[in-house]
Design a protein around this ligand. Structure first.
Ligand code: SAH
Length: 224
């Protein structure tokens, strides 16, 4: 019999503390908070950082990338509120932690990452959690994933200079999307909603900092 990371009780107390911190930052949706109780964050980050795994902080995951701050991911989940029968597209798999949280909430999660090493690592961790409603792709998320479009929810976890139109096109009616838009140094979180033929954009949070979205319809180079 294999042991699942879900049976590992060592970090249960740490998770409870993280949930309290997330709650203190204004997240009160019980379902959202419960996802953080179920998914072990430490297995998504390098082992040397395990002592810090349940801090409400972004953490380095290699290749110059970071696992986002948990309370910010909770904010995404609460606002977008993916339904059990809904399809989610995630741009920037990174560690795969948000992917796992989304997989608990939604019917299917399609996640794109440009760095194959990170995608492969995320695949292993997600498999160890038996998250079998997740499809991963190595590629440029700024063009979306046409094959499985349209999506009810689109989550962009990297900062963009503008809203890639392919992503808005791949949003279903009644669909919601969140994307950090701005400069390389600082962005605002923009929520896009599609109701019938009408697309609305609203800034829902200011002054956030994400790693850059690098691709055809975002920034083309790592440099500043
Ligand atoms: N939610 C993730 C965030 C990772 S950081 C986590 O918490 O771990 C954002 C990720 O977006 C990085 O891994 C980066 O490599 C990836 N990324 C940047 N540009 C991309 C693009 N055009 N397509 C797909 N992934 C991209």
């Amino acid at each position: 019999m294999g042991t699942s990371p879900l049976d590992d009780t060592r970090f249960v107390g740490h998770r409870r503390k993280l949930i309290e911190e997330i709650q203190a930052k204004g997240i009160d949706d019980l379902e959202t908070l419960q996802y953080f109780d179920v998914v072990p964050r430490h297995i998504f980050i390098p082992e040397v950082l395990w002592p810090r795994a349940y801090e409400d902080a972004p953490l380095p995951i290699g290749f110059g990338q970071t696992a986002s701050q948990p309370s910010l991911q909770a904010y995404y989940l609460q606002l977008l509120s993916p339904g059990r029968d809904e399809k989610v597209l995630e741009i920037g798999t990174g560690s795969g932690y948000l992917t796992a949280l989304l997989a608990l909430a939604a019917d299917r999660v399609y996640s794109i990452e440009r760095l194959s090493e990170l995608s492969q690592r995320a695949r292993k961790v997600l498999d160890s959690l038996s998250a079998n409603n997740v499809a991963l792709l190595v590629g440029d998320g700024t063009i979306g994933w046409k094959k499985f479009a349209p999506f009810d929810v689109i989550v962009v976890s990297a900062a963009s200079p503008s809203i890639p139109s392919a992503l808005v096109d791949q949003l279903d009616e009644g669909g919601r999307m969140l994307i950090p838009v701005g400069s390389r140094e600082s962005q605002e979180l923009v929520q896009i909603k599609k109701t019938g033929f009408v697309v609305t954009e609203e800034v829902v949070k200011g002054a956030v900092t994400f790693v850059p979205l690098l691709g055809r319809f975002a920034w083309q180079s790592e440099g500043v």
